[in-house]
Design a protein around this ligand. Structure first.
Ligand code: PMP
Length: 497
């Protein structure tokens, strides 16, 4: 696909970079030289210095080759959506409302879309005021708009460790200082959060918001227990602190009992909610939403106007048609049945092919498993080796702002079938085995897991200034330094077998 032209962006700059003709006749830059980079560098805003690429986007480009089994993406299985249903709905839209569906719409989104959103939130026990809802271009834009609304450079954002890798570039773009709080199998450690907040208090600082994915977290797959949810909401109320609850996976539950979203427990005073149709219907339609108290919403709407005027009218019409059929919950159930089997397959394959020193989560929903290897293995390096065997995963460092997570990996089980899951895990297992054997040979030691590090004290949780470029991209992994305690994996996740 062609990159959009950016008229005026470089109007006064003539570039003479070497261009190559493609078979389609487009001219494509052959490569970017240092001279080219320097030519633009003086024009860049300061914030671009701390912008970082989403590791998953980078990886998706690498793993586009058809022979690669990618356990790296976060792709829902859209092949299960019936093409006839899609065709019938789009035809109906064309026949009955072509002009409206091709027109701009309101910045807040259509009322009919909000009705669909209320159904989705209602299915998890939430009853927001429709006036508090804005339709966004995916949940990703909702995270961006909330951050744009609340964060000045240097403001503190608190999130989980590990956190959603796609949120990290957003927080960095707005020059936030990101503080990560350890998770265990019950989600974010609220005791550590409490201590961290007290520590920030003593410096006269107060986080603008706490960002959490409490249900089937991306990347760890864990869910926050009801006790911790209740404590987090109490803490937010007591401190008058905002919590941003990002909940793309709450309805993708294949086991255990449903847990109330933070928004439901709080009633919407201090919890800003982010939702999406991506994982229950389609990410291609780019439809998500945010729910926020009216004063915050007012600013979010202004931010959205500036960024894209409105969300796609066409796909909002599609969702309206789709929900009118009344089968959306059955479709979600069918996805859950498929993902449950794939999760089971991945857990079985991990037990078969990963070494005994490895641990991993066993999620009751969502799309991801988080595996942790002995701490002498760097999953950034491991990925480079695994790609030679045509298999990919997300290295754990993508989920941290400070280089931790180097011996963990995120594995996706929704985007490929069971045979590929088994084969993909087998290939990764072989590559790990090579590393384990090499370590044993080099050190002459019998290899064992490094003792699990108990939850860290709050003072140990590093506050990383996103303005200093401490980030590590997957292609530029700094490697594990065994002498640097900040690089160890500290997740006391239970081994799931
Ligand atoms: N939040 C989380 C936790 C996610 O995993 C994702 C997608 N992977 C998003 C937000 C954004 O999704 P979208 O923009 O497609 O709604």
């Amino acid at each position: 696909m062609r990159k959009p032209n950016r008229p005026g962006a470089a109007a006064s700059i003539r570039h003479t970079s070497p261009m190559a003709d493609t078979p389609t006749g487009h001219r494509r830059r052959a490569h970017t030289r240092t001279r080219d980079i320097e030519r633009y560098a003086g024009l860049f805003a300061e914030r671009t210095g701390v912008m970082r690429s989403s590791a998953m986007r980078d990886l998706m480009a690498i793993t586009a080759r058809p022979e690669v089994i990618s356990l790296a993406g976060g792709l829902p299985d859209t092949s299960t959506f019936p093409p006839q249903t899609f065709a019938a709905q789009m035809t109906r839209i064309a026949q009955t409302s072509a002009a409206e569906a091709l027109q701009y719409g309101p910045t807040e989104g259509f009322e009919e879309t909000v009705d669909c959103i209320l159904q989705v939130m209602g299915a998890e026990g939430m009853l927001p005021d429709p006036e508090d809802v804005i339709v966004t271009t995916g949940g990703q834009q909702a995270i961006d708009l909330v951050t744009k609304t609340l964060i000045d450079p240097g403001d503190v954002v608190v999130c989980e460790a590990p956190t959603y890798p796609g949120a990290v570039p957003v927080f960095c773009s707005y020059q936030a200082e990101v503080v990560q709080i350890e998770c265990d199998e019950d989600g974010m450690r609220i005791d550590l959060l409490d201590e961290t907040l007290a520590g920030l208090d003593s410096e006269g600082r107060r986080p603008k918001f706490v960002y959490s994915v409490p249900s089937f977290q991306n990347p760890a797959g864990v869910s926050m227990s009801i006790e911790r949810r209740t404590r987090l909401v109490e803490l937010a109320r007591r401190r008058e602190m905002l919590v941003v609850e990002d909940n793309p996976y709450g309805l993708l539950r294949f086991g255990g009992e449903p847990l109330p979203p933070l928004y439901q427990l709080d009633g919407g005073d201090f919890v800003i909610y982010v939702g999406t149709f991506s994982k229950i219907l389609s990410p291609g339609i780019r439809l998500g939403w945010a729910v926020a108290p009216p004063p915050v919403m007012e600013k979010i709407v202004l931010g959205k106007q500036a960024s894209d005027l409105c969300t796609s009218t066409l796909t909002q019409y599609f969702v309206r048609e789709y929900f009118a059929e009344g089968n959306w919950r059955q479709y979600v159930e069918s996805l859950c049945a498929i993902y449950r089997k794939r999760r089971d397959t991945m857990v079985e394959a991990l037990a078969e092919h990963f070494p005994p020193e490895a641990t991993w989560t066993d999620p009751e929903g969502g799309l991801f498993i988080w595996a942790t290897l002995p701490d002498y293995i760097d999953t950034g390096d491991l990925l480079a080796r695994a790609l030679r065997d045509d298999v990919a995963f997300v290295p754990g460092q993508a989920a941290y702002v400070d280089g931790r997570g180097a011996s963990s990996m995120r594995l996706n089980f929704s985007g490929v079938d069971e045979e590929e899951i088994r084969e993909g895990v087998r290939r990764i297992g072989n590559v790990i085995r090579e590393q384990v054997d090499l370590y044993a040979t080099l050190t002459g030691e019998a290899v064992g897991a490094s003792p699990g590090t108990p939850g860290r004290e709050a003072e140990d949780v590093p506050a990383v200034d996103a303005r200093s470029d401490s980030s590590a991209s997957i292609s530029d992994s700094p490697g594990t330094n065994p002498n640097d305690p900040s690089q160890g994996d500290v997740l006391p996740f239970r081994k799931a077998q």
